[in-house]
Design a protein. Sequence first.
Length: 400
Amino acid sequence: MQSSRHGVCVLGATGSIGQSTLDVLRRHPERWWVESLGANQDVEGMLAACMEFMPRVVTMADEQAAMRLKVALKAAGLLTEVLSGEEGMETIAADAASAVVVAAIVGAAGLRSSLAAVRAGKRVLLANKEALVMSGALFMAEVAAHGATLIPLDSEHNALFQCLPAIDVRTPRSLAGIDSLLLTASGGPFLDWPLDRLLTVTPEQACAHPNWSMGKKISVDSASLMNKGLEVIEAFWLFSMPLERIKVVVHPQSIVHSMVAYADGSVLAQLGLPDMRTPIAHALAWPERVPSGVAALDLTQMSQLTFVPPDMQRFPCLRLAYDALRQGGGAPALLNAANEVAVDAFLQRHMGFMQIPALIESVLDRAASGCAQTLDDVFAADAQGRALANEWIHKRGVVV
């Protein structure tokens, strides 16, 4: 791939993954240029990125933000084209001028643009795990049908990708000789808290991750271990691995990012400092390797690396994710929708931290999972999940 320079589209450019991607790209102007950028409503962040990287076109999901950005770009003397809305995101994702699309929009909002990139046959660096959670079978069928190259950006799935046998990423992986996939979880900020103390968790505490610097939504998901549950579902679709062979192990140091256990007793692990620039650089340059800006891991400075099984009483969201995948159909989309509503309500202090799994379980119990054979099916499940979640909050939510 790297015989010449290639254009890159970064969706979610002003978020934590997007910013880490831009940092890797600025280190390698001889390999890549920024062709296009997409963001929600951070005008200042997008303006700064435009002034540095000079993309040809950008998209703001929020219409008012797009208008403000146009004014700001004109005042700065830049000729960058500005699109808006979901259609704009899909347009830049599918644009032939970019060979690589970094899909880093958080939540269900990133599904359509991620699919647009896949249908254009791009190299898609997937950080939007919700795309696979909501529409795994449909999404992977589109990858195969359009010859897209899908490389995971989540540190755990990228680690698994590196530890699995090297094959063409566009073909299903053989499971021969593989015993299980081991996803590591830090356990978040509440790993050692007494259970009764979880009833008083604040948004600030939930967002204070001990190892990673992330956005608010994914930080709360990490604290509840829902993030790991979503990653289990993602791994199921990415690697065609039976659910009972996808395991989670809590590793508080976040040095081992995931492992593959083989039938002969071997376990291969990918290690590194907790910095998203490592998987981003790997996915951009694959199958080559390039400097990421991340310091080398000094194992002599590691006092201990510990691994323990997850406590399902402390982390019921992880159990709910396994349950939704077993149920199949639209259940994973319902799970994701309910979680997005619950996390947003928690961040706005409309409900408590431990009400998040209670809300999700209520939605899964009440909703008909249905099928998820088309995009319309997926979004119908998503809408149903959001409606039931909002109804739950209206009836039971409390200000904390």
